[in-house]
Design a binder for this molecule. Structure first.
Ligand code: ATP
Ligand code: MG
Length: 261
């Protein structure tokens, strides 16, 4: 692998109709780095994550993960869209954890975790179960392997969703407000799992309103507003000493709302 950052996003643009949602976003994330993305609702944070794993195709700009251009291949000076099968293969290296877990409620916890490795990586059930149990124990849920996903609390379901992402051995995990659908008393257990992952060297891009988590765990904080990156830097700089009025206002409002804990 080259010494380029694990994730490099360059001049990313994306519109929905005439709504230009990303207006030239660039950012990078080194291996084992945690980048937290903050910003107001509608600023394009989720769209950015969806473009990174090609759930949405960008209009222009490039995304490179572990030296792989996502979604396209250069051919005679042009970028040509990859076949679905090839983007699916690329996507396996990029874990995604959503706000609303998206587990299969009628499957067991272990089956939720092993489904993708079995289907997408073709790993046999026995081996997949072994990997799955390892991942479940890393999120503290090996004792719930046979429960149906719907029987778990929100915090537990989100931890299963993280185990599911980990079971694919991703190079990068994208988190989209992983704790904002949870009751306040369940937020801590999910943040703890994420903190452990960061300490183990997982590369993570985390969209979050949890400023304390960002302050303590992020290497870099990126503040987005209206489809552009307005500020980026060390958490202390961006969160405690923002340079722009927009960032200052946003952070003050979050703290004021008591969303920040
Ligand atoms: N699939 C889509 N089709 C049309 N418009 C979309 C689509 N996805 C997002 N948008 C629009 O793009 C803009 C940015 O949305 P996005 O979800 O990226 O914002 P966000 O920063 O994640 O906001 P939030 O904090 O509320 O999650 C919004 O105006 C939204 O309505
Ligand atoms: Mg969003």
């Amino acid at each position: 692998m080259s010494d380029r950052p694990l994730l490099v996003v360059e001049d990313l643009r994306k519109s929905f109709g005439d709504n230009e949602v990303l207006r030239g976003v660039s950012l990078s994330c080194e291996k084992a780095e945690v980048v937290c993305v903050i910003g107001p609702s509608g600023s394009g944070k989720s769209t950015l994550l969806h473009c990174i794993n090609h759930l949405e195709a960008p209009d222009s700009g490039t995304i490179v993960v572990a030296d792989q251009l996502i979604g396209y291949e250069p051919r005679r000076g042009h970028l040509v869209a990859l076949k679905d099968r090839d983007t699916a293969r690329q996507r396996r290296d990029i874990g995604m954890v959503f706000q609303r877990f998206n587990l299969f409620p009628h499957l067991t916890v272990l089956d939720n975790v092993t489904l993708a490795p079995r289907l997408a990586r073709g790993i046999a059930k026995r081996e997949a179960d072994e990997i799955g149990m390892k991942m479940l124990s890393s999120v503290g849920l090996s004792n719930r392997r046979d429960s149906f996903a719907r029987e778990l609390s929100g915090g537990q379901q989100q931890r299963v969703a993280i185990a599911r992402a980990l079971a694919m051995s991703p190079k990068l995990i994208l988190f989209d407000e992983p704790t904002s659908a949870l009751d306040p008393e369940l937020v801590g257990e999910v943040l703890k799992v994420m903190r452990d992952l960061a300490e183990e060297g997982m590369t993570m891009v985390v969209v979050t309103h949890e400023l304390q988590f960002a302050r303590e765990v992020a290497n870099t904080v990126v503040f987005m507003d209206d489809g552009v990156v307005v500020e980026r830097g060390r958490p202390k700089e961006v969160l405690l000493n923002p340079k722009t009025d927009r960032a200052r206002l946003f952070i003050a409002r979050l703290v004021g709302d008591g969303k920040e804990k």
